[in-house]
Design a binder for this molecule. Structure first.
Ligand SMILES: NC(=O)c1ccc[n+]([C@@H]2O[C@H](COP(=O)([O-])OP(=O)(O)OC[C@H]3O[C@@H](n4cnc5c(N)ncnc54)[C@H](OP(=O)(O)O)[C@@H]3O)[C@@H](O)[C@H]2O)c1
Length: 295
């Protein structure tokens, strides 16, 4: 089976490439070869590659930048996936598309989780674009799986762990303020890639939540990371309201993997287990990189 993987240079895409190449032939054009906002390039690529599956890990995922770049966010996050969905229909292949917890408004009381069929009501331009991307996929692709995940960290790409380490190690023991009133499930991209492989193996269809089990705040998450990496920089909890975010964010980002569990497909472990495994593998490298960056 052949997969056309889009977004393979990104955080999730690079882990999908690694995990899926064990069992599939992967064709992974970079953005300069296939820009998904071009309908013509999507069709030409599908003609050339003739894939069984399109896996779309591409996206404009900088939540704050999406507020100030409305044209780009609509093109990349809405028109791009719609092009892929229409292409998937024309070339009779399955489309797997990645979405987010930010399609919800986060107003449920913590720790009540969001289920796959809860009403979407995004608070940000990013969340709205991802909600619209889902609609475009459902309306156009006859065979699709939408995977909503959240709070991703991975080996590559910009993510929370990389930024707090750079901040902490450049601050010379100055306290670091971390948000303690947004709740979610930090999720390793490598595990999401394995979950996607399982979905493909079982030819699963529909909209799935795929996040680590359990939840925490960014403050709790940082405490575990610093403990494991023996970083002594003091931490202070802060409120999301006091952080200079441009985009509004949901308070409750907790997703329940209800459909994965119902279909016996859930591979997602507790978030603490994955972050420990991730730090055992990459921790010392991350610290070295962060120190070099903050010099
Ligand atoms: N990061 C999170 O915490 C998070 C949480 C929930 C859901 N998600 C979703 O998960 C998916 C992957 O996120 P990520 O964090 O791995 O993203 P990422 O690291 O920013 O990677 C995005 C990828 O998309 C490619 N891309 C961007 N615009 C493109 C275009 N017009 N045509 C083709 N490729 C394009 C990028 O290519 P270049 O390298 O050339 O720019 C890059 O390979 C996205 O759909 C995102 O919305 C992310």
């Amino acid at each position: 089976m052949r997969i056309l993987l889009i977004g393979s240079t990104g955080m999730l895409g690079s882990d999908c490439r690694e995990v899926l190449s064990e069992d599939y032939e992967i064709i992974a054009p970079e953005r300069k070869e296939l820009d998904i906002i071009s309908w013509d390039r999507v069709i030409e690529t599908l003609q050339e590659v003739n894939p069984d599956i399109i896996l779309n890990c591409a996206g404009f995922s900088n939540v704050d930048a999406c507020e100030t770049e409305p044209f780009k966010v609509r093109k990349v996050n809405v028109e791009g996936p719609r092009n892929l969905a229409q292409g998937a229909a024309r070339f009779k292949c399955k489309l797997v598309h990645i979405s987010t917890d930010y399609v919800f408004n986060g107003k449920k009381n913590v720790p009540q989780p969001y289920f796959e069929d809860d009403a979407t009501d995004p608070l940000s331009a990013y969340g709205k674009s991802k909600m619209d991307s889902e609609v475009g996929v459902r309306e156009n692709a006859p065979d699709y799986a939408i995977v909503r995940t959240s709070w991703l960290y991975g080996r590559n790409g910009a993510n929370f762990i990389h930024s707090i380490l750079t901040n902490a190690l450049g601050k010379k023991m100055k306290p670091l303020k971390i948000i303690n009133d947004q709740f979610g499930s930090p999720t390793w991209t490598l595990t999401v890639a394995r979950q996607i492989k399982e979905l493909l193996k079982r030819d699963a269809k529909g909209t799935f939540h795929a996040t680590s089990e359990g939840h925490c705040t960014w403050f709790d998450f940082t405490k575990i990371i610093f403990k494991k990496l023996k970083i002594k920089v003091p931490l202070e909890p802060m409120s999301m309201a006091d952080y200079p975010y441009v985009a509004k964010r949901p308070v409750n980002c907790i997703l329940e993997n209800r459909l994965l569990k119902k279909q016996g497909l859930n591979l997602m472990p507790e978030w603490q287990k994955d972050i420990k495994a991730y730090l055992s593998k990459f921790g010392s490298d991350l610290v070295k990189r962060a120190k070099a960056k903050s010099l």
